[in-house]
Design a protein around this ligand. Structure first.
Ligand code: GLP
Length: 244
């Protein structure tokens, strides 16, 4: 779906999330959301916060799982996805703290493997993801599933692609400060979500959007795996759609 403005598009996505939350609440069920970081979803979160503050949208029955986190990364660090999510969403809504799940960037060794398995287990214990929000990296990554990621991959440690580190460099005041690794949900984790919405804004996403939508399905562009999904929508603006 192509929108003229990313603002209008983000509001529509926030409305879809809000109606899912309300529908589930009516049935007495929790709503399980997979959430993304980066600049793309910021306006969606802003609109959800507005709906909470002005329209009483409640997140009391919402459980969230974030896609990824840098490794190593302290929660308090302003570059952490933990910080990002609290800043843009969790600090402003009524979600119970225990319902928020974000991969940990502070573990090492065996503890990481255990954490990744437990993260997957926790998602299935909640009945799987009802909705997964995604952005896309210039390498074609979703979450941090870089080129080479397997179709059946689960939550795991990944080595970040050079391009991804270049793109993250400004936020870290130089590429040397960008972590080399991350923990990310896998392609399998993402594609088991019952509904997926991928956001793409601006000219610099045009090439990867074209490759993802029109290209051959390949591990070289992990986002192409989404072509297999039965309920996945790319919500993009005219600039991101300009090469389609
Ligand atoms: C990071 C995140 C991805 C995100 C991507 C694009 O690499 N791990 O989840 O989709 O950046 O970011 P942006 O939305 O800022 O373009």
């Amino acid at each position: 779906v192509v929108f003229e403005s990313s603002n209008e598009a983000s509001i529509r996505v926030a409305q879809e999330i809000a109606s899912l939350i309300k529908r589930k609440e009516k049935k007495g069920e929790t709503c399980v959301l997979g959430l993304a970081t980066g600049s793309s979803p910021i306006k969606v979160y802003e609109e959800l916060v507005r709906m909470h503050q002005e329209e009483g949208l409640s997140f009391a029955n919402v459980v969230t799982f974030n896609l990824d986190e840098y490794l190593p990364m302290e929660k308090e660090n302003v570059q952490s996805y933990h910080y990002f999510m609290h800043e843009h969403l969790f600090n402003h809504i009524d979600i119970p703290a225990e319902n928020v799940n974000i991969p940990s960037g502070t573990l090492s060794g065996e503890a990481i493997t255990e954490f990744c398995l437990a993260y997957e287990q926790k998602i299935s214990d909640h009945g799987g993801l009802d909705f997964q929000l995604l952005g896309i990296g210039r390498t074609g990554h979703v979450g941090f599933n870089e080129p080479g990621s397997h179709y059946n991959s689960g939550t795991r440690v990944i080595t970040l692609d050079h391009i991804t580190r270049v793109d993250a460099a400004p936020a870290f005041l130089g590429i040397d400060n960008v972590p080399r690794k991350a923990i990310t949900m896998g392609i399998s984790t993402v594609r088991h979500a019952r509904r997926i919405v991928l956001l793409g804004w601006g000219q610099n996403k045009a090439r990867i959007i074209k490759e993802t939508v029109e290209g051959e399905i390949s591990s070289e562009v992990p986002a192409t795996y989404l072509q297999h999904h039965k309920n996945c929508t790319f919500v993009i603006d005219t600039e991101a759609a300009s090469q389609l």
